[in-house]
Design a binder for this molecule. Structure first.
Ligand code: CMC
Length: 437
């Protein structure tokens, strides 16, 4: 028997099938089931991808048991402490930390693609004033391919790179324009002399009638949050981007599909849901009632910002963001913000509750990010948009990695069909009446 294989025995027929094991550099190796159907006639079944690796990747590694996250091998806490968003974006796209000249050039490229085509502005005016900014993002990002079709040849590596730069550069401009539309203020042009996050804050909060003073604490806090959100291996939105991209769709369309997937409350929409939940709980006295609801299987309510498919330990991003939350609230927000108090109390109670302990449900990154956004003056419905800006780096890096593979194929999951077997069409007058109920 070959050493690096797994043998599967079909108890129905006694047939043995040897499946090769693909080696990981870190974390679990994977059994290659590519030939499984051909050799056995069975599909494998794994809804929600609990055990299935959908691809191989060199970008991000996370160990859920240890609560560990690395980008290109660098631990997230080192990057959060020592690096900055643009440098980490470079690392993700190109695989190595840049030399000074490479970093300067990259920053220059990103900051000189920040403007939006003027015609794109009319798109924003088409949305009703109370449109959710994520709805605007999905639409506007999807439309980028109509404006920048000179970079949509996915078989051309240079086109792929230009499209990646454009998306990373323009996402803050689109996000800020969505916000400005919702508050009825004029769009603000990017200022390329500012940092990535400084420019975003300027586009969101400056108005033509008075000077805007950029707060360095806010700029730095946002940069850190963005680093933490850049990538998280094959989550729902990233997998969506990869699946859309596997069909040969243009990168702007792929990222738009990722934004749509991110919006759900089980994924990126959780940061918005956390704040709504804290507002709903309103008082520490109500925490037991909401905890009871979260534990009740007949109640759809879940404790938002708790739990993760992979982390069965404290989310390392939540640990970093938690300490930053104190700093930001002390300097910018209302240090006595009752929601922060409430969040700390909720965390304390949940972490000592058997239900959460047994299921290893720890606070995730979204539990604290919303409180920081809130202290920065960012409205709740913009939280997931902030996530999308940062995650764009991960999406385009993952997309580029996939497209540049030699044997890249369209993603096409199988299914376990459990519907009716073949039956003949019955004319309408001859159809039996279905008994009610
Ligand atoms: N509150 C109460 N119970 C929970 C929660 C929660 N937040 N999360 C999981 N559970 C329970 C769940 O009911 C199940 O219990 P049982 O075994 O008795 O049936 C058990 O824990 C396992 O949960 P699961 O639904 O099988 O876990 P999953 O891996 O499918 O879901 C999750 C992961 C993140 C969707 C889920 O934990 C959740 O809905 N959390 C709240 C939403 C949230 O904070 N999402 C942000 C995730 S981090 C950022 C991102 O990736 O976008």
């Amino acid at each position: 028997m070959a050493e690096d294989t797994v043998t599967v025995i079909d108890n129905r027929t006694g047939k043995r099938v040897e499946l090769p094991i693909r080696k990981a550099t870190q974390g679990p190796d994977a059994v290659d089931i590519g030939k499984f159907y051909r050799e056995t006639g069975y599909f494998t079944y794994d809804p929600g991808f609990l055990s299935t690796a959908s691809c191989h990747s060199q970008l991000t590694y996370l160990d859920g048991q240890k609560g560990m996250l690395m980008y290109r091998g660098y631990p997230i806490d080192q990057l959060a402490e020592k690096s900055h968003f643009i440098e980490v974006a470079y690392l993700m796209l190109y695989g190595e930390l840049p030399q000074q000249q490479e970093l300067d050039d990259f920053r220059n490229i990103i900051m000189h693609h920040t403007m939006l085509n003027e015609s794109l502005k009319s798109f924003f005016r088409g949305f009703y004033h109370d449109a959710h900014p994520m709805a605007i993002m999905v639409g506007v990002v999807g439309s980028l391919s109509a404006f920048y079709h000179d970079s949509t040849d996915i078989n051309n590596p240079r086109h792929r790179e230009i499209a990646a730069h454009r998306m990373i550069a323009k996402m803050p401009s689109i996000a800020a324009a969505s916000y400005k539309h919702s508050v009825g203020e004029p769009q603000v042009y990017p200022d390329n002399s500012l940092s990535y996050t400084g420019n975003l804050l300027n586009m969101m909060f400056s108005v033509p009638c008075e000077p805007f003073v950029l707060n360095p604490v806010a700029e730095k806090a946002l940069d850190l949050i963005f680093i933490l959100h850049i990538d998280h291996e094959q989550n729902a939105s990233t997998s969506t981007v990869r699946l859309a991209g596997s069909s040969g769709a243009n990168p702007f369309a792929c990222v738009a599909s990722g934004i749509a997937a991110l919006w759900g409350p089980a994924h990126g929409g959780a940061n918005e849901a956390v704040l709504n939940m804290l507002d709903e709980i309103a008082d520490v006295a109500n925490v037991p009632k909401f905890l009871a609801r979260a534990k009740d299987k007949h109640d759809p309510f879940r404790l938002m910002g708790f739990g993760h498919r992979v982390y069965k330990n404290y989310d390392p991003r939540a640990r970093i963001i938690r300490s930053m939350c104190h700093e930001v609230l002390a300097q910018l927000g209302d240090a006595n913000d009752p929601r922060f108090e409430l969040a700390l109390r909720l965390e304390e109670i949940a972490l000592s509750d058997d239900y959460f302990i047994e299921r290893k449900l720890y606070p995730n990154v979204d539990f604290y990010s919303g409180l920081i956004y809130s202290a920065l003056g960012i409205p709740t419905n913009m939280f997931t948009v902030m996530f999308a800006i940062a995650r764009t780096v991960g999406w385009v890096a993952q997309w580029m990695e996939m497209i540049s593979e030699d044997n890249q194929r369209i993603g096409r999951p199988r299914q376990l069909y459990v519907g009716p077997t073949q039956r003949d069409y019955v004319p309408i007058k001859e159809r039996p009446l279905t008994p009610p109920g």
